[in-house]
Design a protein. Sequence first.
Length: 476
Amino acid sequence: MRNLTLLTDLYQLTMGQGYFEHGKRKKEAVFDLFFRPNKLITYSVAAGMEQVCEYLENFHFEPDEIEYLRSLGIFGSDYLDYLKELRFTGSVDAVREGEIVFPYEPILTVRAPMIEAQLVETALLTIVNHQTLIASKAAKICAQTKGGVMEFGLRRAQGADAGLYGARAAIIGGCVSTSNVLAGKMFGVPVAGTMAHSWIMSFDSELDAFRAYAKSFPENCLLLVDTYDTLKSGVPNAIKVFGELRTLGYSPKGIRLDSGDLAYLSKTARKMLDAAGFCDALICASGDLDENSIRSLLSQGAKIDLWGVGTKLITSADLPALGGVYKLAAIIEDGREIPKIKLSDTTEKITNPACKELYRIYDKNTGKAIADYITLAGEFVDESKPLTLFHPVDTWKKMTIDHFTARPLRERIFECGRRTLEKRTLSELSRYRAEETARFWDEYMRQDVPHIYKVDLSDKLYALKRGLIDRGDGNV
């Protein structure tokens, strides 16, 4: 396991020295990790908590790292000696990987001595921001296809780690396999892939290339048919080789289209395959696909069974950053919580103060999600009484609901410096995401002009926030 303790911004370390020198190293702090609204974010899929735990478990400074910091000439010897022995001793609450989440919700909360809580900020943000971003993009792509998406993005990812952990997140988001062999080994997920155009071009003819591949992989023969001419050469040659395989007792897998008019080509190829008696042969499509192009192809009647999605998934091309932030919510002094708030002239940048809980409210009759509800820690949501929800900015927008259930969305994943998160397979996390997605009305999940899902504050949390805003200095 790599030690990522220095994977931080310099100001985390300089603030750490300041806390150390001003007697704040043992003072407890509470930080929330959440993301702000963006016009392209309809919903997101939380991911990365497993790597958060791995990072925190391994948090420590190696001797050579201490010497590197010493060489910068900006840190005191006492502080560096303190860092030599530092480990993460705090606690973390987080939503489960695969949970559907929305802006302003505390996806993850750290409670730890101030220096520890500060030093882990950047790494937690990069882990959760990236995997949540890619899991969310994958979920939106897979929602258009109803499954059958293969993650093909490694060669276009912004670096090896982005490709590796992006593949992990894509599986959580609903992809069925990845082309990334290392991700397959590390995370126990299916790997997929057959050939490139170079394979076909390396032979004297396309037919020779297909026959050679079929000989090497008779039980998994899926042929790339667009190297020269898809309908005049590729598909006819594939059909010829499929017939030869059948006489040997094998069933061909299918063909892959990687360019051209995928709607027209897939429909025509389907007719050709069916006419030749290969009705079970799959048609796979790839080539700069995303949820929008897939939806368009399906609306045109494209006959595509599997989708290989690469660049626009692994880079989340239309939204390259989630925009998650990590903000101080409270200080704990002598066992007493002191709420903190970040004020701003921009309403969206005002934070929600204090230690909090996050609930999802479901209609008891339909089982569908109605709203998410952020409360102060320790608040009891009484399911036996009507619950009034109101918009935290446009407070005149209200609704009262009866017959509901309230589910806490977060779990303790780290406590007193020790991991408490149980290990889950990616198939379990993907299945959980699918089950929870099904508990939302389609209106909230659609791509175009979705209905706005409500994320509201309890009366007590709203009153506290309003009071801190009115004071204007962020203090109680």
